[in-house]
Design a binder for this molecule. Sequence first.
Ligand code: FMN
Length: 222
Amino acid sequence: MNVADAIRNRKSTRAFLPREVTEAQLRELLEVARWSPSGGNTQPWQLYALSGTGMSRFQEAFKAEMAANPRGDRTEFPIYPEGLKEPYRTRRYVCGEALYASIGIPREDTPGRLRQLGRNYEFFGATAAVFFTIDRQMGLGQWAHLGMLMQSVALMAESMGLATCMQEAWMTRHTFLRRFFEIPEHLQTYAGIAIGYADHSAPINQWRTERAPLDEFVIFAK
Ligand SMILES: Cc1cc2nc3c(=O)[nH]c(=O)nc-3n(C[C@H](O)[C@H](O)[C@H](O)COP(=O)(O)O)c2cc1C
């Protein structure tokens, strides 16, 4: 698969088949993704990967977490800025509406929406995942570099016939993640990426987000 195809084909997959993704596959994927760039080659990240028995143990531990802490944690920083302005607010709204419309959940069905949100914490059925943390010393620049690594993981997964969903939803479970993986305090937990085999027949995988056309966000100086 060439890079253009990987970029265009990657999308957030929110229903996966129960087919196993092995640690060997994750290693193959991460062996390539680790070549992502970072300023000064700092590689300011630490990753935590789940598959096989690690995934089973995680899911078991998460059941206890849900019982003890059903509402989750307050995130360590806001997922979106407060009072998100236009055009971002509308873009976010349109994306959410399309997602819920694809599975027939109307706006007023709050329990239905919460149930779907809860699927994040099952990795939407994916059998593998990677969590991303970054040293707390790092600033905005290094956070951008972490994003490059995440995209590399997603694109490499794509090229291996795997599908992904990036998941900031895990930011509401940072105390659980810290306990489960024994993440040291100097690392800031961020998002996860669910990795698995897409269930192409699932209605939630039948839609795609749009993107702004070039002329809306690129100025070509003359
Ligand atoms: C860092 C990051 C975190 C995300 N977190 C979530 C999440 O927690 N749950 C979810 O369903 N989608 C999540 N998404 C998916 C976005 O909604 C999605 O990337 C966006 O709507 C564009 O759609 P596409 O990925 O299908 O191209 C996340 C995306 C990114 C880049």
